[in-house]
Design a protein. Sequence first.
Length: 362
Amino acid sequence: METYEVGLVPGPISVPSELRAIFQIDYGSSDLEAEFFTLYEKCESYLGEILATRNRVAIQSGEGMLALWSGLKSVLRPGDKVLAVANGVFGYGLGDMARQLGMEVEVVGFGYDDVPEPQQVREVALTFGPRLVTAVHCETPSGTLAPLKEIGEICREIEALFYVDFVSSGGGVEVRVDDWFIDLGLLGSQKVLSLPPDLAIVTVSERAWSAVEEIGYFGYDALAPWRGGIDDQRLPYTHNWHAMAGLHLATKMILQEGLSAVFSRHARVAAYCRSRLKEMGVELFPLKEEFCSPTVTAAKVPEAWSWPDLDKALRERRMVVGGSYGPLAGKVFRLGHMGNQARQELVEKGMNILQEVLGRGN
Ligand SMILES: *Cc1c(COP(=O)(O)O)cnc(C)c1O
């Protein structure tokens, strides 16, 4: 397997050695040992602190996408109205997913280099009357971070459930699940938490649990068993103890560093990354710098370059970054500075290599 000295892919993130070590331990059966359930409850409580919520947290075996499907399928039935607030690949994609599940979907759309405008969302929401509103905090493929509180308030006003994908921001940026009225908050282990892609995490509010009960969905990715399953020590399948132990340490490390220190480390490294890019004459992708996420920076592939050539030149220097998807494929490249990659010296090394590569020309 090829390894890189400077890894700046925006997920999966490089796993630090202290977390990697956990995967060497020979754990017992998560079905039989009470210790596993204690570990789960600790993870739930640490995640609650990081995400500012008192809600129960469903931690399922799987990765980020499982959380996205799980949330939709557990609280909706075909024909239900879903409003997708979209300003990027995941936002529009969630609308497509809901449509594929048979929901009646309306999209309130914004540009990929923009963030949602709450008043526009409110107008559509009032006339459409959705049962659930989807939104994405950090649009990883385009590097934007959307304000959510006002959209959460709109959801309360119209009594819709608020479903938020914060897979690539949670833990690195302030996310306030309870204050922002988030009923279903989605996270994966392979982004800011810097673990392998093993866990799908969903914060579930009381309102959302009521919907889960009403819908009664019981597939592999169903949320229902996670409401009482921990207290009853009865889970729907053998859980991934290694990943749960990794999650325990990863969340503990975040809290030990201190949430505000972690958030400002991300903000600082991101600002540094953007200023180096601008110095090199590389254009940032989001329209305005205040829309840029502290966890990932998206920039335009310089005109003299094609994305495959730039990718190849960086890899030859043992550096790897991300391309993009959808309408941005080939036009935008991305630097992931979240979790273990939100380190000044790593991003500085990366920026030096990029400067050298661009300076030499294609
Ligand atoms: C990474 C990511 C996901 C989950 O995708 P995976 O296939 O699990 O990596 C979902 N939403 C966003 C915004 C993401 O960045």
